[in-house]
Design a protein around this ligand. Sequence first.
Ligand code: GLY
Ligand code: MN
Ligand code: MN
Length: 436
Amino acid sequence: MNTKEFAKRRQHLIDLMGPNSIAVLPSVPVANRNRDVDYIYRSDSSFHYLSGFDEPDAVIVIIPGRPHGEYLLFCRERDLSKEIWDGYRAGQEGAVDTFGADDSYPISDLDDILSGLLEGKEKVYYTMGNVPTFDQRMVGWLNHLRNASRQGMHSPTEIIELEHSLNELRLYKSGAEIKAMRTAAKVSTDAHIRAMQFTQVGKWEYQVEAEIIHEFMKNDCRSPAYPSIVGGGENGCILHYIENNHKLKNNDLLLIDAGAEYDYYAADITRTFPVNGKFTACQKTLYNIVLEAQKAAIAEVKPSNHWNQPHEAAIRVITQGLLDIGLLKGNLEILIKEEKYREFYMHRTGHWLGMDVHDVGDYKVGGEWRVLEPGMVLTVEPGLYIRNPKHIDKKWHFIGIRIEDDVLVTKTGNEVLTEAAPKEVDEIEALMADNK
Ligand code: GLY
Ligand code: MN
Ligand code: MN
């Protein structure tokens, strides 16, 4: 993403904020893994969205119309002795020259400078709760201003949720964002193909995961967008299974939910396929119900349809399918109304996708389902998860299936960004035929 893209985003925010306002967005702290070991730092998505700046201990301040510059970035000072241990810092010069800040100050000066910047503003855009230690400082500065108002200082009258404006911006993907998402999708579909070609009876789930991560990293994606789910047999029925530590068994299915993160953008793909390369009759029957539901849901992704239409299409096909094979009994409309499918399909059909795998953006507006518009990206991911309930014939037990694609809403309908990952039964079987 180039600096112009970040400048454009800040400008959009400035346009939304209006005069006499200020936005304050702190970076998230480094997360500790254990004792002296920290997790690799990954900026909060909104912080990166506005700045492209990925060091911890930084604060973005945006002040529309400020004569000396609208964009201030507080960050760590250069410090050779610290940089020898922990790596390069941009410092104040880098913040301006490389990251396009109008001005930059050391983070250690924040207390001295920020309350002065807040003074006299009517509206403060800030999100409470994301960085609790910063919330306390913010409350301190605002209280200070309120107490000082007796000396004629003007304290802000409105605190407005910054995330709400940012989330709306992030929901509509720009050309540059869609390009990054295409790359994440391409790398991820290649990884799913690689996993299918690698899988065999007797391999371990984490060995398949290793193939996926290898493909991600080899293709410039340092990290998965979320922990990969690689679940054989009954593990495929655990929605958030990430242990990935079982041996793959003959005649089981393998459910893989894995997506790469490329330049801060996520892919989110699920494919389900037979460990030995050939679906059993029961697996194929259930699989084709999910596939048909997924296709019906994708067909509903188009402008002017609302958010819930793909889900409604999916549950109709799934309920009909379960009726056809005798796992549900009764009247289709009543079963849908009473949500009887939920015993076997207990999650929703998708979510927004972007910098976060469950991306930001409201699903309802004014109490109504949101209407889909070009530039939005969502997942479509119906599934069926039959554990071992007594009232269900054993032949269906422990079959877990999900099929998930990433779908861009276009002017005329949609584009499936992840369609290169095979999902037809015969395609999958052909791809796996030579596995040895
Ligand atoms: N991988 C998380 C999800 O599918 O929602
Ligand atoms: Mn998903
Ligand atoms: Mn997923």
